[in-house]
Design a protein around this ligand. Structure first.
Ligand SMILES: CC(C)(COP(=O)(O)OP(=O)(O)OC[C@H]1O[C@@H](n2cnc3c(N)ncnc32)[C@H](O)[C@@H]1OP(=O)(O)O)[C@@H](O)C(=O)NCCC(=O)NCCS
Length: 304
């Protein structure tokens, strides 16, 4: 009898969250997260019109022994292997391989690329922390290739940043800095259509949905010229981003004020530190908020 006959692959649903969390928390020794955060990653399924979300479980004798998340964006011909973990006693028996194979079977044939973990708008980490050595061995054995590194920074939130002098300076130059409002949608649509695209527009919407809105804007002549956001996802980690300044408005100190306002929000919400994920301009964050590199991730992709 082959190992394959000892477990079956089945869809996992939110009703399985306790079992999935037990496996994920035991495997994810370099991460701290609640069941609610895992639920967001696996089952929030944002933008169902564009992304197909699926979690598959390997079940042996009625018990879940592993799971893998798959996300597909058919219009981009791209898919992601999201979180995956196998219970220690079931490792090296083909469980993760079978889960990935079943996910791939569920995707359209013309998928051009599969990336690990870096799912736009709902990611746990922007790549694999190489300390998850078995995970990267599995990816490399499966044909994934490492193509880039990225980092998460940490900001210590010891005291509020004073933004008043900078805001006065900008106001004198005709630039208003303020928190976004629910009726800013049309301005946000125009800004993101011109500058940063639909994925960041979506993340800005997630941030805007917080109370108070976790989105700050710079405006000139009634138009948005820069933004910064936080808490659109992974809220319990004090999650910053994204942020962006339109090219013509760069170099005038908008970014630092907008960054500070978000970090002040996170501090006010009780966070003692913030995560600046998937960076980006390290020197900017280091200079203006004393951020330091906290995590390194390796990005992997599999071309068919
Ligand atoms: C990574 C993980 C999911 C692999 O699950 P698995 O069911 O053991 O994987 P498979 O049995 O399908 O392994 C397939 C191949 O990957 C490679 N591989 C997997 N684990 C390995 C390890 N510990 N060392 C070396 N190679 C490994 C092997 O080539 C293996 O084939 P082989 O056993 O025939 O040599 C599991 O080790 C795990 O849960 N780790 C902790 C969580 C994690 O790192 N998740 C990734 C980040 S979210």
């Amino acid at each position: 009898m082959s190992f394959m006959s000892t477990f079956v692959i089945e869809p996992a649903t939110p009703s399985h969250l306790d079992d999935l969390y037990a496996i994920a928390a035991a495997a994810g020794v370099h991460d701290h997260f609640s069941p609610a955060l895992l639920h967001e990653k696996l089952f929030a399924a944002p933008r169902p019109d564009q992304f197909g979300w699926r979690v598959l479980a390997a079940v042996a004798n009625g018990t879940i022994v592993g799971f893998a998340q798959g996300v597909v964006r058919p219009a981009a011909r791209k898919a992601w292997l999201g979180l995956f973990a196998v219970t220690p006693t079931w490792r090296r028996r083909g469980v993760a391989s079978a889960l990935l194979a079943a996910l791939r079977d569920s995707w359209p044939r013309d998928i051009g690329e599969i990336e690990a973990l870096a799912i736009p708008g709902n990611y746990f980490t922007p790549g694999i922390d190489p300390r998850y050595t078995a995970g990267l061995c599995f990816l490399e054995r499966t044909g994934f290739e490492r193509f880039r590194d990225c980092v998460n920074l940490r900001a210590e939130l010891k005291a509020d940043f004073d933004t008043s002098a900078e805001q006065e300076r900008l106001a004198a130059a005709g630039i208003e800095i303020r928190r976004a409002r629910m009726d800013d949608d049309a301005l946000l649509d125009a800004f993101f259509e011109e500058h940063f695209g639909a994925d960041w527009r979506f993340e800005a919407a997630l941030a805007l949905a917080n109370e108070p809105p976790a989105l700050h804007l710079a405006l000139r002549d009634g138009r948005i010229i820069a933004f910064s956001a936080h808490s659109g996802q992974n809220r319990e980690w004090g999650f910053f981003g994204p942020m962006g300044t339109s090219p013509a408005a760069r170099g005038h100190g908008l970014g630092r004020v907008l960054l500070w306002r978000c970090l002040n929000d996170l501090r006010a919400a009780g966070h003692r530190s913030a995560v600046i994920p998937w960076v980006g301009p390290i020197a900017f964050y280091h200079q203006w908020a004393g951020c330091v590199v906290e995590r390194v991730f390796w990005r992997y992709r599999l071309a068919p």
